[in-house]
Structures are given as C-alpha cells and as structure tokens.
Design a protein around this ligand. Structure first.
Ligand code: UDP
Ligand code: MG
Length: 153
C-alpha cells in the first residue's frame, strides 16, 4: 500500500471557508483522498492527539480552540505522503511559514494555523485510525498517470 497520512483542517479553516482551498492543494499535487469527514473533537480526543503538549501552558487554549467547533479530517495517500504534506503545510509558526505553504498563505499565528499534518510515518500510522474507522477509508483507482511515472509507483 502507498504511504498514507492524516490531515486535520482545524476549526479556523472551517470557519474561514478554506476547506476547498486547502483540500485543492493536495489534490493538485497528485494525492488521493482516501477518507474525508467532518467531526467535532472531544476533549478526550484532543488530549490523546496533543498528548505531547498537554503539559504546556498554552494547552488549555489549544484544547478549547480544537474542541469548540467542527474540523475536517482527511486521509490522503501518495508518494512520500508524510514528508511532502509537511512541506505543503509549512512550519508550526505561521508567521515564519514561507509564502506558498498553506500556513504561510492563510495564517499568521502559531496556534490558529489552519491545518494539522502527521509528522512521521509512525505518527501517521497512529493518527489515521484515531480519526477513521477501517470502513471509512477507501481503496479506489484514480488516473494518476499525468502526475507519476512507473518508477514512482
Ligand atoms: N501550538 C500552539 N502554540 C505553540 C505550539 C503549538 O498553540 O507554541 C499548537 C498549534 O496549533 C500546533 C499544535 O499546537 O499546530 C501542535 O503543535 P506541534 O508542535 O505538534 O506542531 P505542528 O506539528 O502542528 O506543526
Ligand atoms: Mg505535530
């Protein structure tokens, strides 16, 4: 199976009407969307997903932000999905994110930075099942020839 990763369009992306803009960037790059849904994160889910940040002073604000309004979870598949996706997303501090990255183009904040992307293959393997049940992920064919050649498969 090709590499998969998890994206979360955070509440600020949904509230600002950026869902299409953001999903478009991954489709345009040639990634296949294998799962997509709207949900509201519970506090329990937020604490699990941001376990590495729970002890930080900004965590209460982060938890409130990600649980108060709906998000869009997207599972994508494609060549080097984790690394390429992080490049498309840009660094955490959107003020420092280069123009052309999602965070660079749509945010100027370290907290309200519009999108999450798994930071490693190991993280992606834990995060995808955190947000998608097996039957919510789809295998299907797509015409990717314009994007990839045989050696990319
Ligand atoms: N975050 C924050 N303040 C900080 C650092 C992080 O509010 O000083 C939030 C921000 O929304 C970030 C998320 O916590 O995207 C997860 O942080 P991480 O260090 O994992 O960055 P990411 O992987 O999202 O780039
Ligand atoms: Mg992270």
């Amino acid at each position: 199976m090709k590499e998969r990763t998890l994206l979360l369009l955070k509440p600020d992306a949904v509230q600002r009407g950026l869902i299409g803009e953001i999903v478009l960037r991954f489709e345009r790059k040639g990634f296949k969307i294998v799962g997509l849904k709207m949900l509201k994160m519970t506090k329990e889910l937020a604490r699990e997903h941001y376990a590495h940040l729970v002890s930080k002073p900004f965590y209460p604000d982060l938890e409130k932000f990600v649980t108060e309004n709906p998000i869009i979870a997207v599972a994508i598949e494609g060549k080097e999905a984790v690394e390429v996706t992080r490049t498309i997303v840009g660094p955490t501090n959107a003020s420092k994110a280069p123009a052309g990255t999602i965070r660079g183009d749509f945010s100027n904040s370290t907290s309200r930075n519009v999108i999450h992307a798994s930071d490693s293959k190991e993280t992606a393997a834990k995060e995808i099942p955190r947000f998608f049940k097996p039957h919510e992920l789809y295998d299907y064919s797509m015409n990717v020839e314009p994007f990839l050649c045989a050696s990319d498969e």
